[in-house]
Design a binder for this molecule. Structure first.
Ligand SMILES: CC(C)(COP(=O)(O)OP(=O)(O)OC[C@H]1O[C@@H](n2cnc3c(N)ncnc32)[C@H](O)[C@@H]1OP(=O)(O)O)[C@@H](O)C(=O)NCCC(=O)NCCS
Length: 374
């Protein structure tokens, strides 16, 4: 029997994250995300996913030293970011730049040992935010600030994007968003990364494949779609008619619904709370009121809940992040999960090679010579 979209298929075992769709729970290495948010920072979550334990202070210091000392991009990658068409998609540029990093890896030509792959994971995770921020500045004709090793991933991204460090509130908010996006079971981009590395291809190819997969509007691209939708709706009084029309035309409402969560996406309430706080502060409560009404209508009409992308869009918008960097931000955070999953895949690798049900014409057709074909 075919399971369309591999729904319900368990493709591998993992110790990293568990998505409990009926309970609306997301677990990282034994910790419910509700336990982690507010108690640990994103860097500790990266360590947790890569080592399956939270670090003590000494372990964290050593880890941060390693991670932050790898932020500098190779010159040719910087040249590429400066020369990429300013109107190129930010995810396309990120995908290409990560792929390019593979060309300048100092261990190229050596057998990819677990140590080399771990170093690659660190290097990519350290650089992915720099890539997104540098491209954004370059396309706007702005200078590229030097990388720093004294800032967290969230602080560093905002510093590079804006050219100067941003408020603690902004970086703390982004740090929580990073935690919530870090890993998520066998989601489509993680699956892509695992499939790619399972052929014993290289680490960079796996992450490049994951970025390409995340980009789609049914996956990470939905957060950008949410803002476009809110802009299209324009004001609160148009919400009901918009939802009605979309549903009548069998079109999707971005940021709503989930393949696994059949109840609340546990990441959504955290993002909602941050979105409410930020939009009040910015004096733009309209966005959040429109979002609330959409969520209410979708629950009422289709029994569907808001997912991670629904409120993260308003959070990023309120932080002054340009819409086309929303999905790259998702990628920056998810990169830690992709790397953890690729490393785990390699610990006990087996090639992914499912089957397909053939529904074409029955065998037995004879070849007609080319000049006699209709
Ligand atoms: C996430 C998503 C791809 C999951 O899809 P799926 O498991 O394949 O579920 P389906 O697309 O088959 O949807 C099942 C039913 O719910 C409806 N539905 C699901 N999500 C919907 C949405 N966002 N808006 C309107 N209807 C939706 C479908 O139309 C379908 O209805 P039907 O049974 O009357 O035909 C889907 O909910 C979606 O496209 N959401 C919008 C994009 C998004 O936010 N993606 C980010 C996910 S984190």
């Amino acid at each position: 029997m075919v399971s369309r979209g591999l729904e319900g298929v368990v493709a591998n075992s993992t110790r990293l994250s568990d998505v409990l769709g009926d309970k609306g729970q997301l677990i990282y290495c034994g910790y419910d995300i509700n336990e982690l948010v507010g108690k640990v920072s994103y860097k500790e979550v990266v360590y947790l996913l890569w080592h399956r334990k939270l670090p003590n202070r000494k372990e964290l210091d050593a880890f941060l030293h390693e991670l932050r000392s790898q932020r500098e991009l190779p010159g040719p990658v910087i040249d590429f970011l400066k020369s990429a068409p300013p109107d190129a998609g930010a995810m396309d540029v990120m995908r290409t730049a990560i792929s390019m990093l593979g060309l300048y890896d100092s261990d190229n030509g050596k057998e990819a040992t677990p140590e080399i792959n771990r170093r690659r994971a660190t290097s990519i995770t350290a650089k992915i935010g720099v890539i997104a921020a540098y491209f954004h500045r370059a396309r706007n004709g702005k200078s590229l600030p030097p990388v720093r090793d004294d800032l967290t991933e969230a602080e560093h991204f905002l510093y590079l994007m804006c050219g100067e460090p941003q408020s603690k509130e902004a970086s703390d908010t982004l740090d929580v968003a990073f935690i919530l996006h870090a890993d998520h079971g066998m989601n489509a981009s993680t699956f892509s990364a695992r499939v790619t590395i399972s052929t014993l291809s290289d680490f960079y190819s796996a992450i490049t494949a994951a970025i390409g997969t995340l980009k789609g509007p049914l996956h990470g691209g939905a957060n950008e779609g949410v803002i476009h939708m809110l802009e299209e709706i324009g004001s609160e009084e148009n919400v009901d008619a918009y939802v009605e029309k979309q549903l009548a035309e069998k079109k999707k409402i971005m940021g709503i619904g989930h393949r696994v969560y059949k109840t609340l996406d546990p990441r959504a309430p955290h993002l909602r709370a941050m979105a409410v706080k930020l939009s009040e502060k910015l004096g733009e409560p309209k966005w959040i009121r429109m979002s609330e009404r959409i969520a209410e209508l979708m629950k009422e009409k289709k029994n569907l809940n808001a997912n991670v992308d629904f409120y993260s869009a308003t959070v990023y918008y309120s932080l002054g992040i340009p819409t086309d960097l929303f999905t790259p931000i998702f990628a920056i955070a998810r990169c830690s999960g992709w790397c953890a999953q690729v490393l785990e895949q390699l610990e006990d690798n087996r090639l992914y090679r499912p089957l397909s049900e053939y529904v074409g014409e029955p065998v037995g057709k004879k070849v007609v010579p080319i000049d006699e074909r209709p």
